[in-house]
Design a protein around this ligand. Structure first.
Ligand code: UD1
Ligand code: UDP
Length: 387
């Protein structure tokens, strides 16, 4: 056996820590001796319930390098990350920099690695909202165009890249100027399948909150587009309260720290008081992953602006009202499991009522076979001639 492939994995925000669990597990259980993984945590998310809880629950090894950049404006935060990542890449020898998704941690890793000519593997490549006002759209486009391997979770993601001029030829070794576009499946699907049974055994969140399986609404809100605009955050919260009252269903809302902060400054005091005093409106701290998937499985309806939560609802056959004008997960809308309602109270109410009345159409497996992590590791090794 030749030298192992040395991967530097960069994570920072909650969904990336969760996504990293799948490949990290595959490396330790199926690619021992052939791949080594060094984990760098930028520190973009740092509260215990936004970071450490996922290492503990999902068995992710402690980060080898913690940059501790914390929060800040986009430029300042990303710059601190680039500086820290560049320093690590100059100090240690890594063959590949592995990046997830579309956060500022992704952007920083892509820019630092590409400038030092270290090949980038992008997991969750090819997603597009076609809305460059989203910081995530800018981050993912830059990362895709700096990448040597683009691991796409869906066929739509592959098509988006082809439309941007990427070739799908895998016959020659991948380079940054001739990257490989690979339909790998979605590592989040791997995780949901792997942890669903554990969540069923370990999570008591439904009984703790007094919820009945199939009789509550799960909501999450954290997009800056919704939280940082007074009109939109008030429309979203009043819509959620209205759903709770109209349908007589509890609403469970694990509150993201950005949202917690913006609620205090932007929510109408009467609405703040109303959601705070409604017994069936459960505003709770951010959840660990096992409790979160237990809530997704138990909900009759999911209302969210999260990318990851939209998909997990689909994995568990739950309908989704999407609090955005568009989504990267267009298949869910085309097939009828999700409805785009933006922050529009009328559209939210109509879509929710229809799902609660009619249920959700079947959810075909469009996110791979639950083994995306192994596919990604195998492809990286094959390309480097390590198999
Ligand atoms: C980030 C990502 C977004 C992703 C989301 C996942 C970017 C541009 N955005 O958004 O794509 O969907 O993570 O959750 O990278 N805060 C805390 N404690 C923490 C972390 C954040 O209090 O542990 C607060 C701070 O006030 C901070 C704010 O939340 O300013 C926003 O955090 P930030 O990481 O900048 O953006 P997110 O909204 O979390
Ligand atoms: N999640 C969680 N606890 C919560 C909310 C979300 O564990 O309170 C998980 C969720 O199950 C999914 C991921 O976080 O795996 C989604 O992250 P988030 O919504 O923060 O970001 P996005 O996916 O929109 O980038």
């Amino acid at each position: 056996m030749g030298k192992p492939l040395r991967i530097l994995t960069i994570i920072g925000a909650r969904p990336q820590i969760i996504k990293a669990a799948a490949i990290s597990h595959a490396v330790r259980t199926q690619f021992q001796g052939r791949i080594t993984e060094t984990l760098l945590h930028t520190g973009q998310h740092y509260d215990n319930n936004m970071s450490q809880v996922f290492f503990d629950e999902l068995g992710i090894p402690r980060a080898d390098i913690s940059l501790g950049v914390g929060s800040g404006a986009h430029g300042a935060q990303t710059a601190r990350m680039i500086e820290g990542i560049e320093h690590e890449l100059a100090e240690a020898r890594h063959d590949v920099v592995l990046l997830y998704g579309d956060t500022n941690s992704t952007l920083a890793g892509a820019v630092a690695a590409a400038k030092l000519h270290i090949p980038v593997a992008h997991v969750e490549a090819g997603l597009r909202s076609f809305n460059k006002a989203m910081p995530e759209e800018v981050n993912r486009i830059v990362c895709d165009h700096c990448s040597t391997w683009l691991f796409c979770p869906t066929e739509t993601a592959v098509k988006n890249l082809v439309r941007e001029g990427f070739a799908t030829d895998l016959s020659k070794p991948a380079t940054v100027d001739r990257p490989h576009v690979v339909a790998s499946g979605d590592v989040m699907y791997d995780n949901s399948m792997r942890f669903a049974e554990l969540a069923a055994v370990r999570s008591n969140v439904l009984s703790e909150l007094g919820l009945e399986h199939g009789s509550f609404i799960l909501a999450t809100v954290h997009r800056d587009h919704n939280t940082d605009d007074a009109g939109r955050i008030n429309a979203v919260f009043s819509s959620l309260l209205e759903l709770c009252r109209t349908h007589g269903l509890p609403v469970v809302l694990p509150v993201h720290p950005r949202t917690r902060k913006m609620m205090a400054s932007l929510l109408d005091p009467n609405l703040l008081q109303a959601v705070g005093s409604e017994a069936d409106f459960h505003m709770i701290p951010p959840m660990g992953f096992l409790d979160m998937i237990a809530l997704e499985r138990g909900a009759s309806l999911v209302v969210t602006d999260s990318g990851g939560v939209q998909k997990e609802a689909y994995f568990f056959g739950r309908p989704v009202v999407v609090l955005r004008p568009e989504t990267e997960w267009v298949e869910l809308v085309e097939q009828g499991q999700a409805v785009l309602a933006d922050a529009d109270p009328g559209r939210i109410a109509t879509a929710a009522a229809a799902f609660l009345r009619n249920g959700v159409p079947p959810c075909p497996p469009i996110f791979g076979d639950g083994h995306a992590a192994v596919a990604i590791c195998s492809h990286l090794l094959g390309i480097k001639g390590h198999l």
